[in-house]
Design a protein around this ligand. Structure first.
Ligand code: NAD
Length: 378
């Protein structure tokens, strides 16, 4: 069975879906491996490094994809990339299954079996396959570095001959995987950190990282839904949250927002008036920019300056740390692939929670119930 990782084509995407470390694990299972020439270069892997681990390197992309049994990718395929896949091939990648279900429909029409990394169940048994976590964690780290560079203050307290510089105040809104890593990173940089999340369960995690959990008089007893994710809140709840949280936002030198609800628009948590009340020189890094943003002024992948406040909405921070991001992502992919392979061939056990959970298309059909519902299929 030939497993192939092509070069990513999305502008700015520097990651690669296969690195030598993961390749070695896949080789042991008897798989044949190949990459497109140059696929790993921006992720720190030269073609020669693949070849040393018996991974083929091909310059003819079309020929390579034309014979691939399994294709490993980072980004969802574009229409042109779907056309490159062989009918009957299997694709494992991010597929944005819930916000861009038309990709699943196109893959089904092309006769491609596909698995979405976003849908790997967040269960203990699947932790090593959890790309949402591995990539979100790096994004949280990177967001704090971006904030540190964009703000007019330093993060740590500094004692100098000319007086003492106070530590910066960092506010993290949404303390899932990215938010917790943002807290840990800001802490290492010496900031004073506050954090808020609607899921009450995270209070302890926030405090164990040395941040203060903000208590708001909101009823969040029912905020956690299936799989440990947040439930979407009513507009009335969010309006109250914006008002209450606004006071903390105005005090912050840097705000990192990561609040998200799977399959829904990101909750709007910072309105334009609150931004106008912030100190000039302060910064908001909005990690929810790809799904609409947590701040009303966020523009995806743009730098907005309003009232002296810088608002950044990066949508692909893991690509900025492509070396480490590729390493852990490739490990996530390889672990999932090994879960699907028996005696060198794909064997899909549709009763298995992991396989069933992330299988999107098969036999020309979209098979995942949540995506079928999004597409209006019965
Ligand atoms: P996410 O990216 O969907 O959301 C980020 C955070 O935003 C979440 O913590 C969510 O509660 C929060 N949020 C949503 N609406 C909000 C609002 N109005 N105000 C403030 N915060 C809001 O979530 P994620 O980081 O991918 O993971 C969330 C959950 O999944 C966590 O419970 C995490 O522990 C769990 N998880 C479990 C496993 C596992 O068991 N293997 C692995 C990873 C994550």
């Amino acid at each position: 069975m030939l497993v192939v990782a092509p070069k990513e084509t999305l502008p700015g995407e520097r990651r690669v879906a296969l690195v030598p470390d993961a390749a070695r694990a896949l080789k042991k299972a008897g798989l044949e491996l190949a990459v497109e020439a140059g696929a790993g270069f921006e992720a720190g892997v030269e073609d020669a490094a693949y070849e040393r681990d018996q991974v083929g390197v091909a310059t003819d992309r079309a020929a390579l994809l034309g014979k691939a049994d399994v294709v490993l990718k980072v980004q969802p395929p574009s229409e042109a990339e779907i056309a490159e896949l062989r009918r009957g091939a299997t694709l494992i990648a991010h597929l944005r299954p819930l916000d861009r279900p038309e990709i699943a429909a196109e893959l089904a029409a092309a006769g491609v079996t596909s698995f979405a990394m976003e849908l790997v169940p967040r269960i203990t048994r699947a932790q090593a396959m959890d790309a949402l976590s591995s990539q979100a964690s790096l994004a949280g780290y990177r967001a704090v570095l971006l904030a540190g560079l964009a703000m007019g203050k330093v993060m740590p307290m500094m004692t100098t001959a000319a007086g003492t510089i106070a530590a910066s105040r960092v506010l993290v809104i949404g303390a899932g995987v990215a938010g917790l890593q943002a807290i840990a990173t800001a802490r290492r940089l010496g900031a004073v950190i506050e954090a808020y999340d609607t899921r009450p369960a995270v209070k302890e995690q926030i405090e164990s990282l040395g941040a203060r959990f903000i208590e708001l008089p909101l009823d969040t007893r029912d905020a956690e839904g299936a799989g440990g994710y947040a439930k979407a809140q009513s507009e009335e709840f969010l309006a109250k949250q914006r008002e209450l949280l606004g006071a903390r936002v105005r005090l912050a030198d840097a705000v990192v927002t990561t609040a998200a609800v799977p399959g829904a628009r990101a909750p709007l948590l910072i309105d334009a008036d609150t931004v106008a009340g912030m100190k000039p020189g302060s910064v908001i890094v909005d990690l929810a920019a790809a799904t609409g943003g947590n701040c009303a002024l966020t523009r995806a992948d743009e730098r907005v300056v309003a009232h002296g406040v810088t608002i950044l909405g990066p949508t692909n921070l893991p690509a900025d740390v492509a070396v480490d991001a590729s390493r852990v992502y490739a490990r996530n992919l390889a672990t999932l692939l090994l879960h699907l392979v028996k005696d060198g061939a794909l064997v899909l056990d549709l009763d298995d929670e992991i396989t069933k959970g992330c299988l999107v298309t098969r036999d020309g059909q979209v098979v995942h119930p949540a995506i079928r519902a999004k597409l209006g299929l019965s």
